[in-house]
Design a protein around this ligand. Structure first.
Ligand SMILES: Nc1ncnc2c1ncn2[C@@H]1O[C@H](COP(=O)(O)OP(=O)(O)OP(=O)(O)O)[C@@H](O)[C@H]1O
Ligand SMILES: [Mg+2]
Length: 172
C-alpha cells in the first residue's frame, strides 16, 4: 500500500521589514499521512498555509524542517529520486482553463508528459498512450484533436486529471 507521509513539516519565510527582517511561519509543525484510495481534505482560513503545504508536497519549495516520506522512503530533492517522486505525486489545479494552453490540442497536453517521462515515443505510441489516458478518465478518444475551449468545464478538469496520471508507473 502506497503512503505519502508528512512528518513535522515547517516552512518559514524571512520577511524584510524596513532594515530589519522577521520570520513568518507559514506551515507550523504539520503531520499527516495519505493512504492509497483515501482522500484527505485540508481546510483552513485564508493565509493559514494550505498552498504553501501543497508547494512543499510538490517540491516547489524547500521545507525549513520536517520530512516528506513516500512509501517509507524520505523524498530526495535531486536526481533520480526527485524524478520518481514526480511520477508518483502530481498536482491537479483548481482552474483547468488557467493550466491548459488554449493553443494546443488535448493530444498535445497528454502526449507531452508521456514523452517527457519516457512513457512513450514516436507518434503512434504517443497517440495510443493519449487514448489510454482519455479512457481512464472516461472521455471519448475523439477528444484528442480538440482544444481546451471545445470541452465542458468538467471535461477540462478530467483532462487535467489525465495529465496528472500520465507520468505514473501504471500509464506505460
Ligand atoms: N513566498 C512567500 N514569501 C513570504 N510569505 C509567503 C510566501 N508565500 C506565502 N506566504 C505567506 O505564508 C502564509 C500562508 O500562505 P498560503 O498561500 O499558504 O495560504 P493559504 O492557506 O493557501 O491561503 P488562501 O486560502 O488565501 O489561498 C501567508 O501569510 C502568506 O502571506
Ligand atoms: Mg491558497
Amino acid at each position: 500500500m502506497s503512503v505519502l507521509e508528512v512528518r513535522d513539516l515547517v516552512k518559514e519565510y524571512r520577511l524584510r521589514d524596513g532594515r530589519q527582517s522577521r520570520i513568518l511561519t507559514a506551515v507550523n509543525h504539520v503531520s499527516f499521512s495519505i493512504e492509497t484510495g483515501r482522500t484527505v481534505a485540508l481546510v483552513g482560513q485564508s493565509g493559514s498555509g494550505k498552498s504553501t503545504l501543497a508547494k512543499l508536497l510538490m517540491q516547489l519549495e524547500k521545507p525549513t524542517s520536517g520530512q516528506i516520506i513516500l512509501d517509507d522512503t524520505p523524498v530526495l530533492r535531486r536526481g533520480a529520486g526527485l524524478k520518481q517522486y514526480r511520477s508518483d505525486v502530481q498536482m491537479v489545479f483548481q482552474d483547468p482553463f488557467a493550466s491548459l494552453n488554449p493553443y494546443h490540442t488535448i493530444a498535445h497536453h497528454l502526449g507531452r508528459p508521456l514523452i517527457l517521462h519516457g512513457k512513450a515515443s514516436g507518434r503512434e505510441e504517443v497517440m495510443a498512450g493519449v487514448h489510454r489516458l482519455l479512457e481512464r478518465v472516461r472521455l471519448d478518444p475523439d477528444m484528442a484533436e480538440r482544444k481546451p475551449h471545445e470541452l465542458s468545464g468538467g471535461q477540462r478538469q478530467r483532462i487535467a486529471i489525465a495529465r496528472a496520471l500520465a507520468p505514473n508507473r501504471a500509464s506505460s
